[in-house]
Design a protein around this ligand. Sequence first.
Ligand code: GLY
Length: 584
Amino acid sequence: MDYQKVRDRFVQFFEAKGHRIVPSSSLIPQDDASVLLTTAGMQQFKPCFAGVDSPYGDLAISIQKCFRLSDIDSVGDDTHLTFFEMFGNFAFRGEVSKEQAILWAWEFLASPNWMAIGRDRITASYYNGNRAGTKADGEAKTALSKVDGLSRVTAQPDTENFWGPTGSEGPCGPTVEFYVDGVEVWNVVFNEFYCQPDGTLSPAVGGLGIDTGMGLERLLLTVTPEAESIYDTDAFAPIIAMIKAHTPGEEAGVTKSIRIVADHLRGSVFLLSDHVQPSNKEQGYVLRRLLRRAILHLDKLNALAGFEEIIGAIIGRYGDFYPELLSQKDMIIQLANLERDKFLKTITQGRKELDKVISESENSITGERAFDLFATYGLPLDFIKEEAAQHHLKVDENSFERAFQSHQEISRAGVESKFGGHGLSSGAQVSEADQQVITRLHTATHLLHAALIKFLGNEVKQAGSDLNTERARFDFTFSRALTDDEKRQVEDWVNEQIQKDLPVKKEAKPLQEALGEGALAFFKQKYPNVVDVYTIYDPATDEVISKELCGGPHVSRTSEIDKFHITKEQSSSAGVRRIRAVIN
Ligand code: GLY
């Protein structure tokens, strides 16, 4: 079966069951700042699961453009992608029972009229309970036991079989998953709950919601007998062929590099068509990372000359299904080329520096020097290792990892919430100068937090924090908008503490002792038994201005922050306010 047919069959199947097809939404989520990119088909339907009337009717399906940065390190194997298309069928308020949803999924996969996947290749799992005290899904278990021909069913914990929410709040619930040849293809989610920003679960307002997600490329692989990986299916065939056409030689590692190029450039094309531009922040940073990694692999393959033609092949492959690729073809190619040229200039410098490091090193390159090449020039560790190996040098990966860890903590607080904890783990390219800005913003955020409590009272609790080189964003519980006077008071007070040039002290303490002393903590975070406490105090009066549990790093004196300015105060979700602030 081919790409087009699999798509058509999915739509025909669910139309016959009364569903209406809804076009894919953008990769940039609308009206949901809690996620960076659309990670699931349900994203655009989130409000419908939370009680808002659906403009699409009660039963909907979509083939959604999705992006999961969390899988980037697995790209190159047979089944993982960053960008992918997701089939989904949705029912918003109890119209479809669990049993019905399970039977539909089984019929679509196993029936000779639809996907005709051999029954012996299909297995399934259901939820065996324990997230926030929720019970095992007995109803799903019973429904699965009635499925004629399904031979193997397992019970799994919440790490496997509980889905959502996307971002910090939203619909979520237990799942039934279907696997073909052991690979997960379809996630049938029963949205029984709504997860609040503090992690508590309340019953879904409209009753049981059905939200399913099935990776198109994985499904296509299961119905393409001659394919061993998703890259062998006709979704990728012309793209892989074009990369190969530009790749001389068959050295080791070629297959993996070709796959990485195919995945990353495909993702880049779709991000560009949704108006993302390469930059150092948020979606732009994801795009930059993909493009740069693809370029390094193309370079390794000696296939850089094919860059533009490969992008053309991607647009050609998907243009019939996503007309926005065709209508924006020139823009996509132009922006990709610009980023390529910019990056090639940087890596030329980075390579020169690497050559110097290599000539100065005996036996091994220190982790600090490797990290410096990585942080300043964007040279990935793999690349440095390969170059070093050609000169019989090793790279001290342990000390690289240490340098990386301490650097990573700077941006972790902010980036984690959006990158799902994976964003920085394998390739942040934050320069020294950027680190300093983020560190200053970080200390400013502690002062802001203290000021909010001082002027608004104990109702204020941190609900989230996000830092990048442009701004700090701080979410906190509070029931109403701040008045202009309150905003001014908070801002003035923070600036006063900055002007006083107060010292910032770091101490390691047992967690209970720190909490006992009234250090502020973030309730969503799990802390170790011994924690770092950062205190800003006034040596003239011994007054404690701010005290927080925190991984740091921070400036050593508040005057380093310079001028602090609140740019925006708005609602973030029910009972939660959001402040954006910048520094000079
Ligand atoms: N919303 C279901 C999934 O993404 O797997």
